[in-house]
Design a protein around this ligand. Sequence first.
Ligand code: ZN
Length: 133
Amino acid sequence: MLRYINVRSSQRSEFIDITEKINEVIKEAGIVSGICYVYVPHTTAAVTINEGADPSVHRDIQNALTRLVPQEMNYSHREGNADAHIKSSIIGTSQLLIIDEGRLVLGTWQAVYFCEFDGPRHRRVTLKLIADK
Ligand code: ZN
């Protein structure tokens, strides 16, 4: 089954923890065991899994990406968001996750982050949920 999560970013670059939103969708769908494919259908956003307890980690990731891909450079794409497109491709727009006991299987310190690189915007995350049986 296909489900959607709405995400509203409030900054140009921002990591938003969507782990519990995904778990709510899994619970509502009644899936106990299976697979959850998380897909971001945007060209200037991404999804990643990383440290969920200490927010300094995702700030460091954002800062490192900005050092790698500065906002202002001699880009061909003239919309002013070329950096956001590049960051989206570096991080990637999907993650495949395991569902067990009605929840995502994640390590103790892991969280699923929606990565905004050209906010603030309203965004949508697509979830494909596949139950074992
Ligand atoms: Zn663009």
